[in-house]
Design a protein around this ligand. Structure first.
Ligand SMILES: [Zn+2]
Length: 249
């Protein structure tokens, strides 16, 4: 054992370094914009473009209402689906793809991947991949980790399956009980932040809930209805996240 009168110094320094290292790892695992654990897609270069992205479906009623709204406004969106719901609502998942939207993998059961074993991470990604591809009969090229949480293995497995990992830079926080106005306030605040920085917006919303089918997302739908009217009037253009992939090079 090292005994030294100067032990307190290195220990404190070591403690600080460890804390800093832990913070870096936590940020790399959880911050949607962090690229430390590997490259993830957030937005393309055209600041007028907006991607509406929906996680945790397919979900009865609200996914269908959104599809009707998008058909009416001729808008493409992106849906990151949970595998176990895809298997329970195959027709709905097919309807999303058939309507021309981007469909992505959001794992089989929605765990925090950053803290799971390698075996579990593999099961979650591969399970959802199989559920989607068998149901849709089409390749799935996009992946969003639940809660945005990942570690290098998560990104590596996504790549192995031919998927680009996609995060976000605007949150509606529609999992909170804040109603249509609350969701809109969060989205508008995020959009102004993007406008100030001169970047496009990748908006995270939810058409389902990770715990069960049938989660009420009517506040999200109400907010989307407003955004479909107000954003084009401000010169914005809605795109699927696939539009931005080519720019990654
Ligand atoms: Zn989710």
């Amino acid at each position: 054992m090292l005994v030294s009168s100067s032990l307190a110094g290195p220990l404190i320094a070591g403690g600080v370094t460890l804390a800093a290292a832990a913070a870096v790892v936590t940020n790399a695992a959880l911050l949607p914009g962090s690229q430390i654990f590997g490259q993830t897609l957030i937005v393309g270069s055209d600041p007028k473009q907006v991607a509406l992205t929906f996680d945790d479906g397919p979900n009865d009623r609200d996914t269908e209402v959104l599809l009707d709204l998008f058909a009416e406004h001729q808008v493409r969106a992106t849906f990151f689906m949970i595998g176990r719901f895809v298997l329970q609502r195959k027709d709905l998942a097919r309807r999303v793809l058939a309507a021309g939207h981007v469909v992505g993998n959001h794992t089989m059961t929605h765990p925090w991947l950053a803290w799971q074993s390698g075996t579990r991470i593999r099961e979650e990604l591969y399970g959802c991949h199989a559920a989607l591809q068998d149901t849709l009969g089409a390749p799935v090229r996009y992946f969003r980790p639940p809660h945005g949480a990942r570690r290098p293995l998560v990104l590596r497995l996504a790549r192995e399956l031919g998927m680009q990992t996609v995060q976000w830079n605007v949150m509606g926080k529609d999992w909170l009980p804040i109603g249509v106005e609350g969701v809109l306030r969060n989205v508008r605040r995020g959009l102004s932040h993007c406008a100030r920085r001169g970047v496009a917006a990748n908006i995270l919303l939810h058409d389902g809930g990770d715990r069960a089918l049938g989660t009420d997302r009517s506040a999200t739908v109400g907010a989307v209805r407003s955004l479909l009217a107000e954003l084009p009037a401000q010169g914005h253009q809605f795109v699927g996240v696939d539009r931005w992939v080519a720019e990654l090079g």
